[in-house]
Design a protein around this ligand. Sequence first.
Ligand code: ADP
Ligand code: MG
Length: 468
Amino acid sequence: MIFKDLCIMSSKDRELFYKVAEGISDIFYVLDYHWKFIYLNQEAERYFLVQREAVIGKCIWDVFPQAVHTILYEAVHKAKGSEEKLRFDAPSFSELDVWQAYTIYPGKDYIIILIKDITKRKEEQRLSEEFFMRVFNTGLSMMTIKTLNGRFVDVNKSWLRNTGYHKEEVIGKQESDLDIWASPETRENINHLLQQGPIYNYEVEFKTKEGSNRIGLLSMEEVEIGAVKYYLEAITDVTKQKELEKEMAKLDSLNMIGQMAAGISHEFRNPITTVRGFIQMLSDRKELANIREYFDIIIEEIDRANSIISELLTLSKNKTLNLRRDNINICLNKLFPMIQATAFNDDKDAYLELSDVPDICMDESEIRQLILNLTRNAIEASPSDGKVWISTYQEGNEVVLAIRDEGSGMDPEILSQIGTPFFTTKSDGTGMGLVICYRIAERHNAKIIIDTGAKGTTFLIKFKAIPE
Ligand code: ADP
Ligand code: MG
């Protein structure tokens, strides 16, 4: 009853063999190449519900016809004559909800089959995969599963929402097909980092389908799903936070400029006023009449320097604000003749379109400056014969002041620098007008929104209305 190799074992070794084979909790049996049972252990008897005396010497496919053409059947046929052991997981041929890990050792005249019950492990794996997929699909982070060479296998809802793609446009595609990264080095950098292991919170710039750039923190690591390795990639969109940070830094720098201006304005204005006085005096002299125009230029420039200092002073945080309940239309009506005159001088036209709006809380002198700065920019941006519209209207609980021009708009590059002190594209500009507008809006708890395109620019200032 015992196969050959066991016959040549010493009786002591044989005893040991039986002890081990009978002691293990795995199913263990041996077939010859006529597929007849040579040996089976106790666990195999228990599992197959047979007595070993009844099956030894019988062909396994006769005893268990249901096993013919199963994975096991194919595997032992494949293993026959080979020298490699074979490992695979498969459901049991007798009970389908039982998962087994098979190890098949082919010998010269016989084949050993070792079977471990892994139903529990499989179930745990299934649960953890199910859990993973649930987290994947409902997570707030943008998540993707990619093959190791960058092909999209799955993307979650948040990823689709944030990038604007449809699932069908993504699955199966290569990263490079979609042009996801804002700069081509990003991919290379990620690959470099991956060589050192998982990546946590690496700042990347990615592109949405419609082409706008977003900033995200990327984390990425290798995961195994169903015995295959993939990359799991998660991106947290931090564009909003980054913008806020920039905004804060800008305000901080404004404050500092204001403080500096307050500190030096006295020291600066006194001498410069003296210089201006002397120049004025000299320019009246008859013998200097031939260089009169130089004096005019000097005085103009001194006035400009003075006005920069005055503008800087408005930036100081400590400047007291004189907030009162007032209506912005009153202020606009007062200023309009002056705005119109400026426009006419420049061969342009200005229109006022006011609707009844609720009062707001405002400092009149600051609002006046805000209106003048914005209309001056609008007039300067307009072409000859261009029109500038100044309008007010109510939108929910907000009072909106809109200043629209027919200029050629602003490029994104310029738009991103707007509000930076001293940024100007004009040869005689100070680059302080909008900085001051932002400061005034901030002090009034108002928002500035810019809508710009090839047909012109509209500045919208949104104030909180005082409830009736
Ligand atoms: P300045 O007018 O002295 O240049 P501002 O702070 O008022 O400084 O404006 C900064 C820059 O913003 C301008 O130089 C211009 O390039 C741009 N800008 C402002 N308003 C407009 C507008 N209505 N249309 C086009 N560009 C504008
Ligand atoms: Mg200006």
